[in-house]
Design a binder for this molecule. Structure first.
Ligand code: FES
Length: 220
C-alpha cells in the first residue's frame, strides 16, 4: 500500500457506531490501544468484507496509531483482506500433505468450475480463490477453508459439491442480484459512505462460509 499524506476525515464519519463500540471494547481489554489493531481490523472486515484504505485510516485514527503501523499489522495476517474479496474466500492448503493427497486435482476442478485463478474473484462476487499454507488438518488432507469452516478429505467432486451448495444458498438470499447491481464485480476502491451503506451483515461468524456444515460433506 502506498501511504499518502491526506487529510483524514474524522473516523466517526466513516465507521459505524457498532464498529466503533466493538473496537473500543477490544481496546479496553488491551494494555495499549495499538495492541487492539488486529482485532479492530477483524471487526471492520466482519462488517464490510475487506479493509479498504479508508477503513485502515479510520481504524488507525481511532486507535491513535499511524496508518503505516496498522498496515504492517494488516499485511502480517493473511486473513485480513486488503483488496475486495468475494463473499466466500476459498483458502486451499498447498502444503506437503495436501500436495500428496490430491490437492492438484481439487485445485484444478475449482479453477475450472469457477473460471478463476489464485487471487481472483468470480464476476458475480461470490468466490475468491487463495492459496494457504498448512491449515492444520494434514491427516485429513486435502483441506480447504471457507470462512471459519474447514472442509477435509476433499476430492474434486466433493469440493465442487460444496461450492454449488454455497452458491445455491447465496442465490436464495438475493445476494447475487444485489451484488451485480452495486457493481462489486469491479475491484474498484469505493468511498466510505458507499461502504457504510452496505454493511455486510452476512459475514457474521455463524454464516461466513457456511450454509452447509463441515459434517454434511464429511467422509467420516
Ligand atoms: S498440509 Fe494441508 S492441512 Fe496440513
Amino acid at each position: 500500500m502506498q501511504i499518502i499524506n491526506t487529510i483524514t476525515p474524522d473516523y466517526r464519519s466513516y465507521l459505524s457506531k457498532e464498529e466503533i463500540a466493538a473496537i473500543e471494547h477490544e481496546a479496553s481489554i488491551m494494555e495499549t490501544r495499538e495492541a487492539a489493531g488486529i482485532e479492530a481490523l477483524k471487526v471492520v472486515q466482519k462488517h464490510r468484507g475487506w479493509i479498504s484504505d479508508d477503513s485502515l485510516y479510520a481504524i488507525a485514527q481511532l486507535l491513535n496509531m499511524s496508518a503505516a503501523e496498522l498496515e504492517g499489522v494488516a499485511t502480517f495476517y493473511n486473513l485480513i483482506y486488503r483488496q475486495r474479496v468475494g463473499r466466500y474466500v476459498i483458502h486451499i492448503c498447498n502444503s506437503i500433505s495436501c500436495h500428496l493427497s490430491g490437492y492438484q486435482q481439487v485445485l484444478q476442478a475449482i479453477k475450472e468450475h469457477l473460471g478463476i485463478d489464485y487471487g481472483q474473484t468470480t464476476d458475480d462476487g461470490l468466490f475468491t480463490l487463495l492459496s494457504n499454507a498448512c491449515l492444520g488438518g494434514c491427516d485429513k488432507a486435502p483441506v480447504m477453508m471457507i470462512g471459519e469452516h474447514h472442509y477435509q478429505y476433499l476430492s474434486a467432486e466433493k469440493a465442487l459439491q460444496i461450492l454449488e451448495k454455497l452458491a445455491a444458498g447465496a442465490s436464495t438470499e438475493n445476494y447475487l442480484s444485489s451484488f451485480v447491481s452495486q457493481g462489486q464485480g469491479e475491484n474498484n476502491r469505493e468511498s466510505g459512505s458507499e461502504q457504510n451503506n452496505r454493511s455486510r451483515d452476512y459475514l457474521d461468524d455463524d454464516d461466513a462460509g457456511g450454509h452447509i456444515s463441515e459434517m454434511e460433506l464429511s467422509d467420516e
